[in-house]
Ligand binder design. Structure first.
Ligand code: TMP
Length: 244
């Protein structure tokens, strides 16, 4: 039996999730919140049922990746908004994989949103809210001692493989996976695992036909119908209703 939530101790609260210790040394509970922020928390809001939808979509996608031999931190889902995850030492980097031009790449490359990329682009960002998560390269990462060369090489290989699995998976559901952000960590033995979440908060998903946005850009850009689109995305991907 799981211990009741009252006995869990919050050890970290981020903008969209909370991590709890439950007394087990190898695992944590990751709770998904309805809170939404954008532009380094300059914009704040709440999206009804986002926590449950993102928790259950992430569980679905982590399970898919595990079936393809990608190690993820996902262990089990405990409630509509809580998942048990492996306790990791997180690498202080965000890895972005891109298949089309969107978001910050529009400005960086001066190309219109939606332009297909000849091959996926991988980018590293230093996870530092106080600096606004700046983009960094391998030399910066090395000088900051954020991870060993081996771990970085493994993360790069995993991120490219995950994109290679998810891009056709979503395409088969009529969804264009425009770009996505991953976070990785290591266990006591040094093995690398995918952590965090995979959801409309951390990826750009467009309807493949209309290019309508079905992700957090609806919140960032005040496009309306945010919850409706998160729900539609969930239904299209999983073919079932979320537990709310
Ligand atoms: P960007 O185009 O704004 O750089 O975002 C690239 C991808 O990363 C996009 O799928 C959204 C995701 N992302 C996050 O998950 N967290 C963030 O803080 C930012 C800026 C982007």
């Amino acid at each position: 039996m799981e211990k009741p939530a009252l006995e869990w101790t919050s050890i970290y609260e981020g903008k969209a999730k909370i991590l709890f210790e439950t007394g087990d040394r190898d695992t944590l509970v990751q709770r998904f919140k309805n809170d939404a922020t954008a532009f380094n928390a300059l914009k704040k809001g709440s999206i009804p049922n986002k926590g449950a939808i993102n928790c259950q979509l992430s569980a679905h996608l982590f399970t898919l990746l595990e079936s393809q031999d990608i190690r993820t931190h996902f262990v089990d889902r405990l409630s509509p908004i809580d998942m048990k995850v492996r306790r990791l030492k997180m690498v202080g980097l965000e890895v972005v994989m891109r298949n089309r031009v969107a978001g910050s790449l529009v400005k960086r490359l001066g190309q219109p949103e939606g332009t297909p990329l000849a091959h996926p682009i991988l980018e590293w960002y230093y996870k530092r809210d106080d600096l606004g998560d700046p983009m960094v390269n391998r030399d910066h990462i090395d000088i900051l001692h954020l991870a060993t060369d081996d771990v970085i090489a493994t993360i790069e290989k995993m991120a490219r493989r995950i994109n290679g699995i998810l891009l056709p998976y979503f395409s088969g559901k009529g969804i264009l996976l425009v770009d996505m952000k991953f976070e990785f960590g290591t266990d006591d033995s040094g093995a690398v695992f995918l952590g965090d979440e995979i959801s409309g908060d951390t990826c750009r998903f467009w309807d493949a036909q209309t290019h309508d946005k079905m992700d957090k850009d609806r919140f960032r850009q005040d496009l309306g119908k945010i919850e409706e689109n998160y729900l539609a995305l969930f239904r299209r991907v999983t073919q079932h209703e979320p537990e709310l």
